[in-house]
Design a protein around this ligand. Structure first.
Ligand SMILES: [Ca+2]
Ligand SMILES: [Ca+2]
Ligand SMILES: [Ca+2]
Length: 222
């Protein structure tokens, strides 16, 4: 609630839980306050002076900064770019860019899928190691494949749907996850690469997620 006395002193009050699901309002509350509090329900933060908002405060599924906060990161200097907005100014319905980002209305790659539904998967912990100390040309690799949710647990329905690897210029081979079933938030793979020739080898691992985004990771070694 962006003006006058604090939310908790004015009557009737309107409040909302950050990221929802509830808005507390009164039958005769202005539609402006419903809009303001609803934005909180979707992750937007207050931007008005009285609650000392700072531009370094992050929120929403995309964990984006409160760009239109009244104060800069230090909490003392007024933000020169601060403008009237839904989250700052009573009866103003303009969403600042900070609020738009927090709500998730951002499409960084312009493919019409908003960022919150369009993350790139991650490949981590690719390890190449001899199968045993006595078989130094028999290698195996292991990798962790995971969805890349922005730092929030609000939405977790994007999954890993598959992965491939390619050794040097050989064929692209589909991987099977250790638990045999794709479709988790995280999957692990371990593949044996027996009887490699001496010298340098290139290993590529590609992973796919359920929104058709892929990540490719290359490793040269051995
Ligand atoms: Ca997109
Ligand atoms: Ca995309
Ligand atoms: Ca699995």
């Amino acid at each position: 609630m962006p003006t006058g006395p604090s939310c908790f002193l004015s009557v009737p009050t309107t409040t909302a839980l950050p990221n929802g699901p509830f808005v507390n309002a009164h039958l005769y509350t202005s539609r402006y306050y419903y809009a303001h509090e609803s934005a909180h329900s979707f992750g937007a933060r207050d931007e008005y002076k009285e609650v000392n908002p700072r531009t370094d405060q992050r929120s929403g599924y995309l964990n984006t900064p409160n760009e239109n906060a009244y104060y800069l990161d230090n909490g003392i200097t007024p933000n020169p770019n601060h403008t009237p907005s839904l989250m700052a100014t009573a009866f103003n319905y303009d969403l600042s860019q900070g609020a738009i980002d927090a709500i998730g209305w951002r499409d960084s790659d312009n493919d019409t899928i908003p960022d919150i539904l369009d993350p790139i998967p991650l490949i981590s912990n690719i390890e190449l190691s001899p199968v045993s100390p006595t078989s130094n040309l028999d290698y195996q690799f292991a990798a962790d494949l995971m969805v890349n949710p922005y730092p929030s647990d609000v939405m977790r329905d994007i999954t890993i749907t598959g992965a491939t690897y390619q050794l040097d210029s050989g064929p692209v081979i589909e991987l099977t996850p250790n638990d045999l079933v794709w479709g988790g938030y995280e999957e692990q793979v371990v593949i044996n690469l027996p009887h490699l020739t001496m010298g340098e080898h290139n290993l590529s691992v590609q992973v796919f997620n359920s929104v058709d985004n892929t990540a490719l990771s290359r490793r040269t070694s051995m």
